[in-house]
Design a protein around this ligand. Structure first.
Ligand SMILES: C[S@@+](CC[C@H](N)C(=O)[O-])C[C@H]1O[C@@H](n2cnc3c(N)ncnc32)[C@H](O)[C@@H]1O
Length: 297
């Protein structure tokens, strides 16, 4: 039986209709999540193929941390040691044109599936962020902010030939200049989390966020080479979504966005990653959060 999405679906915390829609009615081409709960679905595969199965105008917020294409066999510093910068096959550049083509494909698909009021966050460094910013503008998005995520504990520049790279950029954009987007201004102004180092009561939150790289306790279930800190994603989720919102991360990695959605609470989350290892790591992190939540209820 073919499943069609009702216009009001997505407003309540029900993941099942969307999972059925994505799966489709042909068992030979069906796409199913490898892990799911009432609020979460994790898919293992290419985000272009899986996003193509989503209905139009459906997702409230997308956080995308795409490959930065910086794995060029160079060296960097990690925990005081000289190590390779290579993150994995998925992070190799196929050349400028091919990288831009890939970014254009996935950002176009994100635009199609975002609600008119939806917003997209894209993170990157100088290797990729200008390409993504150019494409956001080319495709008609309106950029709301470019946040500088400052890493106070960033690694030094071993070659001593440049300033130490100590920030990443997060672009936040909506589909159209006139669209009404979610921004929880008051929560951001007063500071919502204990660990929020930018808490400045009664002052507007600014666009430079000082947040350290993930602490060891966030790597208990395995290590992802480019894992984002939970404090960063919790702030993003809390500022730009409300209860009942559907959040998508097409480059799920270690699942930080999904864990943040669960911790902020009452959000639906879909994560997609090429690597099964990272999807399993995310499922284990989510199960641990659920166990902790049960202990306190
Ligand atoms: C920069 S990492 C994301 C890290 C994540 N934000 C976190 O906090 O752990 C990018 C991820 O995208 C995945 N990836 C790369 N190309 C992909 C594609 N075409 N479809 C789905 N996932 C992809 C990689 O396997 C990698 O885990």
């Amino acid at each position: 039986m073919e499943y069609t999405i009702r216009e009001d679906e997505g407003k309540d915390l029900v993941m099942e209709p969307l999972i059925a829609y994505i799966a489709g009615n042909n068992t030979a081409t069906s796409i199913k999540p490898v892990y799911k709960t009432e609020e979460t679905a994790l898919y293992n595969g290419d985000c272009l193929k899986i996003m193509a199965r989503f209905p139009d105008n459906y997702v409230d917020m997308i956080f995308a941390d795409p490959p930065y294409n910086l794995s060029n066999d160079g060296i960097t510093c990690h925990a005081g040691k000289m190590v390779s910068v290579n993150k994995g096959k998925w992070d190799k550049s196929d050349g400028f044109d091919s990288d831009v083509e890939f970014h254009e494909k996935w950002i176009t698909e994100c635009r199609r599936i975002l609600k008119p009021s939806g917003t997209i966050w894209i993170s990157g460094t100088s290797h990729s962020i200008y390409q993504c910013g150019f494409l956001l503008q080319k495709l008609g998005f309106h950029i709301l902010n470019d946040i500088a995520w400052f890493k106070p504990n960033a690694a030094p520049n071993l070659a001593c030939t440049t300033f130490a790279h100590s920030h990443e950029t997060l672009l936040w954009a909506k589909k159209d200049r006139k669209a009404k987007h979610i921004f929880n201004y008051d929560k951001m102004k007063s500071g919502v989390f204990k660990e929020d180092k930018m808490k400045m009561p009664d002052k507007q939150m600014r666009s430079v966020w000082s947040i350290p790289t993930p602490p060891p306790e966030e790597k208990t279930f395995g290590k992802h080479p480019t894992q984002k800190p939970l404090a960063l994603l919790k702030r993003i989720v809390a500022s730009s979504t409300n209860e009942g919102c559907l959040i998508l991360d097409p480059f799920n990695g270690g699942g930080t966005t999904g864990i943040a959605a669960k911790m902020v609470g009452k959000r639906m989350y879909i994560g997609i990653d090429l690597e099964k290892e990272y999807i399993d790591m995310t499922a284990n992190r989510l199960k641990a959060i659920a166990r902790q939540a049960n202990l306190f209820t």
